[in-house]
Design a protein around this ligand. Structure first.
Ligand SMILES: Cc1cc2nc3c(=O)[nH]c(=O)nc-3n(C[C@H](O)[C@H](O)[C@H](O)COP(=O)(O)O)c2cc1C
Length: 471
């Protein structure tokens, strides 16, 4: 019968512990219930069991709240009480901040943009279904990657081609009630782009994009339940879709530039921009970056402080093309020689060279930062000259930081690379740079296909040393 879909939960999934092998547990539970996976099945897995297996949990008691968390607590507590909602401790608020790039609203609820780019309440932190005590579960760092690992293992175990979705439930603006949403996918596209196909009357669809993955996840949620139903794995059978090797949940995330309800990032406050800047090391999409935008950002970078106001920075904008290819090939030959000399294995060398090639050849723009030693102060004292050189390096680093922040402010992805330090001579020869230039850093610039995780930061208490005045 056309249009029939089956949805069923997998019984006998035990309580999950850190280190558990989720695909094997699913496979064993299926076997116990005499269920065989079929080609095209979509396996929906609740995020909580994945987070538990990955040990992606935190104990509230171990969290030290920052001043920002304490201030937010003081602001929110009366509004929370007024709305009869459970209290949010400063520690919990800190955990939410740690998982977020940006707080969008903090009133009786806290709506944030998570480090993955999801907009949701409390950064998806869950206090339910994680056992006793003050333990909270965090969303997996990279649900796409986890979905892919599970899909490959389940395919190997069952010899069936399937799709895997990591699910959660989010509340919605404008409507009450949480519904299922996908956090990560593998084997299926998150969206179904119907633009260009015909409606019932033969009219071409202009703007219809179906959020197929959230539809499937919501359907699964009917069985999975929120509370103690205990069916964290649900199979959807009979849904017609195209199996695909590479997919990512980022496809479903509306970019802030075209989101009518979110502040454009460039309107974000200064502190938000400072904290949300990240190094984008993944691939870039095809969206063009204008040369004017690059120049505007370098214009910002020239306002950095510099020793003696020496402004030692020189930027070369390297477009895609023959010169860049020659440069990277020559740099890679040197890198290869260096790695072989260090005794690295052939496999290591091969991977490293490929990675460097991808990084530096595929970015829409590659920017080289040099220090112009011509502008350094020189003295008869070599120790003094050395410190002048350091001041030059410090100054161009400040400019580089301004540059990265200017890109962040414009919503452009960039990353700082130290590779030029190891190939100064080659760079100067290929780009025919003046002899006084010292190559210092590369910046890859473009629009990233992926969001990037917030990396670890040392605690404030570990980097501030208070020198108390003597009594
Ligand atoms: C001086 C300097 C050199 C760097 N060189 C590299 C590099 O060669 N390769 C790389 O992947 N990242 C490089 N990075 C980026 C750092 O890995 C990144 O800034 C750090 O992991 C923190 O991440 P965040 O920038 O997203 O906060 C460099 C950063 C700086 C400041």
């Amino acid at each position: 019968m056309r249009g029939k879909i089956e949805i069923f939960g997998v019984e006998d999934i035990p309580l999950i512990k850190n280190g558990d092998n989720i695909p094997l547990i699913i496979f064993n539970a299926l076997t116990k219930n005499n269920i065989s996976l079929e080609d095209g099945d979509v396996v929906i897995i609740a995020q909580t069991i994945l987070s538990k297996s990955l040990g992606n949990l935190r104990n509230i008691g171990d969290i030290v709240p920052s001043q920002e968390a304490i201030d937010l607590h003081n602001k929110m507590a009366p509004l929370i009480r007024k709305n009869n909602l459970p209290d949010k401790s400063p520690e919990l608020i800190q955990a939410i901040l740690d998982e977020s790039r940006q707080v969008l609203k903090a009133e009786h609820v806290m709506i944030v943009e998570t480090n993955h780019g999801f907009i949701c309440a409390n950064a998806g932190i869950d206090k339910s279904n994680v056992g006793k005590g003050d333990v909270i579960s965090l969303l997996p760092l990279d649900s796409d990657k986890e979905a892919e690992k599970i899909r490959i293992s389940l395919q190997n175990l069952t010899k069936k081609k399937i799709a895997v979705v990591i699910s959660d439930s989010f509340g919605r603006s404008f409507r009450l009630g949480a519904v299922g949403v996908a956090l990560g996918v593998s084997g299926i596209s998150p969206i179904l782009d119907k633009r260009g196909s015909k409606d019932l009357y033969g009219k071409e669809l202009q703007s219809t994009i179906i959020g197929q993955i959230d539809n499937l996840t919501s359907a699964a949620q009917l069985i999975m339940g929120e509370a103690d139903e205990g069916l964290p794995v649900v199979i959807i059978r009979g849904y017609e879709y195209s199996l695909m090797e590479k997919s990512s949940i980022t496809k479903i995330l509306r970019k802030s530039e075209i989101d009518l309800f979110r502040k454009k990032r460039k309107n974000g406050n200064f502190e938000t921009i400072l904290k949300s800047r990240r190094s984008y090391k993944s691939e870039f999409n095809d969206k063009e970056v204008s040369i004017n935008l690059i120049e505007d950002c370098i214009d910002v970078a020239r306002w950095a402080p510099s020793a003696h106001n020496g402004q030692f920075w020189r930027y070369s904008i390297i477009e895609k093309g023959k010169i860049r290819e020659t440069l990277i090939e020559k740099m890679n030959s040197k890198l290869k020689e260096d790695l072989i000399q260090e005794g690295k294995s052939d496999n290591f060398v091969f991977k490293k060279i490929n990675k460097t090639r991808n990084q530096f050849l595929n970015s829409p723009y590659l920017i080289l930062l040099c220090l112009d030693s011509h502008d350094l102060k020189t003295n008869s004292d070599s120790a003094r000259d050395f410190n002048e050189y350091i001041m030059g390096v410090q100054s161009i680093s400040a400019s580089a930081t301004y540059l990265l922040l200017a890109f962040e402010n414009k919503g452009v992805s960039a990353c700082w690379y130290c590779a030029p330090l190891f190939a100064k001579k080659i760079i100067k020869e290929v780009l025919k740079l003046p002899s006084s230039f010292v190559p210092m850093a590369f910046f890859t610039v473009g629009y990233s296909t992926k969001t990037t995780q917030k990396p670890y930061r040392k605690e404030l208490k570990d980097i501030i040393f208070k020198i108390r005045k003597e009594k």
